[in-house]
Write a new protein. Structure first.
Lengths: 378, 279, 78
């Protein structure tokens, strides 16, 4: 049993607590519902830890300063919601290109554009993965409880350091604003991944030459290495790369993550593992699906809920395994069918129809509705 | 390569990608001279965006962060925040710094955060092939104002002053020595310093706006049109004559942002300690 | 008065803009026929004896390729 304390807190607060424990000392953000609480609690707490919380002039500035602060030395993060997430996309690509570890929280709300600021949604599923330009990869985690807001934030910082990549926590309004019990382990009960530092003598160090795992060591600015960090596709020494160098650069920043998915990909099954009827869920919808599974059990109905916790890169193999033997698959999500496309791609069995239980407009699905859906669509 | 270049340039990145006769290389040199005179090479962290001028720091053998178009100043803020002891210098252009990045300039100046922003003004979007910039004069024909520019140009120095910058200067590449002197002042200045450098772009501004692609003609244009003044109150007079006033315009002392942050952090920590517990 | 022993032009990086010739007050440079490694016609140091080591050509060289080497002390140009 880990040592720690239990506190009732909001999902957004739990995220902040984890970030501070993980060592985040620079936060830059811009107020936006339903993510603002993270900025507020950070502005309260970071000064006590000699950190800095900046409310920037826009989300673009926030995200760019987070990327640069990472190179400056130290852990940094930001949080936002849909419209702000749009503004951050170019700089998320920048974080990918300059391989800066950092964490971005998107507490999803309704879209498109201003959409529904106080309502929950899961419409940024693809934007989180494909929102920036060009070929790239990054890691996206989906919490469904305040506890997972905490756990995923610790994990996000660790993965960002391990792979030198931005990691996105794709939360939503329900998870961000829910108040529930959160277990906060003492710092010595947690594992923190340190930044990979150069091991060769300074004069032999080549800024963008990766180790065997595809991740180059990263010195901080002003430690003598005098590194060129440019947003272009680059050569190993950091200049604009030619066609071959650019090709290798881009392939490496994709494969360093996608070749190591077994280190972090997470898919859970709730309920009867062999049940013929399976829900597929992510984020806050996992909660209602769990209740539906429990209600089903009481009625003598065997159900399983497959919860995709690491949504990007999409864990094809884990999802396929979690769905093995299912005859009926119902994808439940608060959008018009996004993760459903991935499930269709992964399952590929013509005899199994992938059904969509979709809620939009900001109304969170009730557990009874899952069961009613099963009956009505039979 | 001259001795300054031997000492500070990233040799494997040469030659400069600048066109023959471009002012950007002269700014590299003026800046390196200032760095050498002050001996601050190890303290420097450079930030830049996109455009010809954004390549200026890349050739310098310092820590350089060249990020997104218009976003050099937020990057500089990230660098400064993560280690306030470093000297952060931004190289930006008139498009990068006044158009797409204009908002960041205003807010960084407002904060009086300690950094030097060098804005290289060639009055055009040069890297993309000669389109109108926020600094392009009325009537100028460019690739995107083929019938003449209708928009009044922005004055970066005035924006910086109005926004709260605590040091503001303007020179041109026809004033390399004054430029070095001003860079030294800016590097030593505690607070937000803004240095505009009018720079010749023979290939775009020269050919499309001024009427000649010759580097000599373009340098002479700067010599003829820039009037160095000691007294900032004379700026209006020079402008009324259709000329460009250059010189050191403003240097005042005001609380610097990162120092204020550290003061505040200290205070709230002490207060929290007095109350007992870490809340 | 100071004088120059020689003026070095780094032929690897010269782009032949001839701003050195333009800013020189003493007609030290003239257009030359030799091409740099970048294939530009380089300036030629024609009248080294005119040089006063003022450094204008150095500070105005956009590619930092010029080095004026001053005469050792005592040896002044006429």
């Amino acid at each position: 049993m880990k040592k720690g304390r239990i506190k009732v807190m909001m999902g957004n607060e739990a995220c902040m607590e984890a970030a501070l424990l993980a060592g985040c000392r620079f936060y830059a953000g811009y107020p936006i519902t339903p993510a603002t609480e993270i900025l507020e609690v950070m502005s309260m707490r970071l000064p006590l830890l000699d950190g800095l919380c900046l409310q920037m002039e826009d989300e673009i500035a926030a995200m760019v300063s987070v990327v640069a602060a990472s190179w400056g030395g130290g852990k940094s993060m930001t949080a936002t919601s849909g419209p702000g997430f749009c503004l951050m996309q170019e700089a998320i690509g920048l974080a990918v290109a300059v391989e800066a570890p950092c964490v971005i929280v998107n507490v999803q709300r309704g879209g498109p554009a201003s959409g529904q600021s106080t309502s929950t949604a899961q419409g940024d599923f693809y934007q989180a993965r494909y929102g920036s330009n060009g070929d790239y990869s990054l890691i996206v985690l989906c919490p469904s409880t305040a506890q997972e807001m905490f756990d995923h934030t610790i994990k996000a910082f660790n993965l960002s350091e391990r792979f030198r990549t931005p990691v996105i926590i794709l939360s939503d309004e329900v998870v961000g604003h829910i108040r529930e019990k959160v277990f906060i382990p003492d710092a010595d009960q947690l594992t923190f991944v340190p930044r990979k530092r150069p091991t060769v003598p300074m004069e032999e160090f080549i800024a963008w030459k990766a180790d065997a795992d595809g991740v180059p060591p990263m010195p901080d600015f002003n430690t003598g290495y005098k590194i060129p960090v440019i947003s272009q596709a680059k050569s190993l020494d950091g200049n604009r790369g030619n066609a071959k160098e650019a090709d290798e650069n881009i392939r490496r920043i994709v494969s360093k993550i996608e070749d190591h998915m077994d280190e972090f990909a997470e898919v859970l099954i709730y309920g009867a593992e062999k049940a013929e009827t399976a829900f597929v869920t992510f984020g806050s919808v996992c909660r209602a699906a769990r209740s539906a599974v429990d209600m089903g059990r009481e009625k003598g109905l065997a159900l399983r809920s497959v919860e995709v916790k690491t949504v990007w890169p999409f864990p094809d193999e884990l999802v396929r395994r979690a769905l093995a033997g299912a005859k009926r698959i119902v994808v439940a999500e608060m959008n018009l069918g996004m993760i459903k496309r991935e499930i269709e791609r992964v399952v590929r069995q013509p005899e199994i129809k992938i059904e969509l239980f979709s809620k939009i407009g900001g109304i969170y699905p009730q557990p009874q509705e899952f069961l009613r859906f099963l009956e009505e669509k039979r | 390569m001259n001795p300054l270049g031997e000492k500070y340039l990233r040799k494997s990145f040469l030659p400069f990608l600048f066109c023959p006769g471009c002012g950007d290389g002269m700014i590299v040199q003026s800046f390196l001279q200032a760095v050498d005179d002050l001996g601050v090479a190890d303290d420097l962290a450079m930030a830049a965006g996109i455009g010809c001028s954004a390549w200026i720091p890349v050739y310098m053998h310092f820590d350089v962060f060249k990020g997104l178009h218009g976003r050099a100043i937020p990057a500089a803020i990230g660098l400064k925040a993560s280690r306030p002891s470093r000297k952060v210098v931004v190289f930006t252009g008139d498009g990068d710094g006044l158009a797409i990045g204009g908002l960041h300039l205003i807010h960084a100046a407002r904060r009086n955060i300690d950094m030097t922003v060098v804005i290289v003004n060639n009055q055009i979007y040069a890297m993309t092939g000669g389109q109108v910039a926020p600094s392009t004069g009325v009537g100028s024909r460019t690739q995107t104002t083929p019938y003449g520019n209708l928009e009044k140009p922005l004055d970066g120095c005035k924006i910086a002053i109005a926004s709260g910058a605590t040091m503001v200067s303007r020179w041109s590449t026809a004033h390399t020595r004054q430029l070095t002197r001003t860079f030294k002042k800016a590097l030593n200045h505690k607070g937000f310093s803004f240095v505009e450098v009018l720079s010749q772009c023979p290939v775009q501004t020269g050919r499309y706006i001024l009427g000649s692609g010759s580097p000599q003609f373009n340098l002479q244009w700067l010599k003829d049109n820039c009037v160095a003044v000691k007294d900032p109150s004379q700026w209006g007079e020079i402008e009324a004559q259709g000329k460009i006033p250059v010189g050191d315009i403003l240097q005042i002392e005001k609380p610097e942002f990162m120092e204020e942050v550290q003061r505040m952090n200290q205070k709230v920590k002490e207060e929290a300690q007095a109350k007992g517990g870490d809340r | 008065m100071k004088g120059a022993e020689r003026i070095e032009i780094d032929r690897r990086y010269c782009k032949g803009c001839l701003l050195c010739q333009y800013v020189c007050e003493f007609d030290v440079f003239e257009p030359g026929q030799e091409r740099s490694a970048l294939d530009y016609l380089m300036p030629r140091v024609a009248k080294i004896e005119n040089c006063r080591v003022c450094g204008l050509c150095e500070t105005h060289c956009p590619d930092m390729v010029l080095t004026v080497v001053a005469n050792t002390e005592g040896k002044e140009n006429p």
